[in-house]
Design a protein around this ligand. Structure first.
Ligand SMILES: CC(C)(COP(=O)(O)OP(=O)(O)OC[C@H]1O[C@@H](n2cnc3c(N)ncnc32)[C@H](O)[C@@H]1OP(=O)(O)O)[C@@H](O)C(=O)NCCC(=O)NCCS
Length: 233
């Protein structure tokens, strides 16, 4: 599932040549390809070749979410320049060439076998028309349902204004309208801002940890509380 993990960019930029692997996403051993809507899914699953919808521009109160294009690399260089962005995830600011390569891989929109749907939006502050960060999701079937692993990044200049939460909400609403109702995120246990963003979207921490990150997920039932939430994997 998706991971915000810039160290993987090195591997990823190599993978562009091979057209294999999603930027900042680790593989999911058990992913089985299905479509985004139940009945469509089974037929598509058999073929293992997916046709995923194209991401659309989204509008929130103070933000626009633009589907990622390679052309965004130029304006995103500054957004991704601060070293503090990588405190909990590793990695470092990309060069323009690296970012262009990364975006070229991401805009493919799906894994080579079609089992994963890759979604990336650049977050634009509407008033000043400034890019301020990005949100992303990787959607796959976990054997029972479609699950989106989600991540967010907002430039330090724009943090603390609720932008990550607002952008995440817009993304999740769009995903729900496309049949995705279950969400996970992988967050370093000291990354309090990111944990708040996840909580704001109704995710809760599980007991599952991998590579130093805690798995967060949507509640399995409406009666769950975060304290009750337990990892199901
Ligand atoms: C995580 C990140 C996207 C948050 O962006 P943001 O736009 O500042 O987030 P928001 O303004 O929506 O804040 C969300 C919540 O976090 C809280 N928060 C923000 N910074 C915080 C901090 N340093 N410590 C504790 N809480 C913090 C806010 O008060 C808010 O809480 P509330 O909604 O309960 O009032 C941003 O810090 C970032 O890009 N970090 C680096 C990249 C990263 O780690 N991404 C996550 C990978 S899992």
């Amino acid at each position: 599932m998706i991971r915000y993990f810039p160290l993987r960019d090195v591997i990823l930029e190599f993978a562009i040549l091979l057209r294999n692997g999603h930027p900042w996403c680790s593989g999911n051993d058990s992913d089985v390809a299905v479509g985004i809507l139940g009945r469509r899914a089974s037929g598509l699953c058999q073929s293992q070749r997916m046709t995923w919808p194209t991401p659309e521009p989204l509008t929130a109160a103070r933000l626009m979410l633009e589907p990622l294009s390679v052309m965004h690399a130029t304006s995103m260089i500054d957004v991704l320049a601060a070293s503090s962005l990588y405190d909990f995830t590793g990695g470092e600011k990309p060069s323009l060439k690296q970012l262009e390569n990364r975006y070229a891989a991401q805009v493919v929109g799906h894994s080579e076998d079609g089992s994963q749907w890759w979604l990336n939006w650049v977050v634009i502050q509407r008033h000043e028309r400034q890019p301020v960060g990005f949100v992303q999701a990787t959607v796959a079937n976990d054997g029972a349902q479609l699950v989106a692993d989600i991540a967010w990044v907002i430039s330090p200049s724009w943090q603390g204004r609720g932008f990550a939460s607002e952008a995440a909400q817009a993304m999740l609403e769009w995903l729900r309208s496309h049949g995705v109702h279950h969400f996970t995120a992988h967050i370093h246990p000291a990354n309090r801002a990111s944990m708040h963003v996840a909580q704001n979207q109704g995710l809760c921490a599980t007991l599952s940890e991998k590579d130093g990150e805690t798995r967060w997920q949507t509640h399995s039932s409406s009666s769950d509380t975060c304290e009750m939430c337990r990892d199901e994997s």
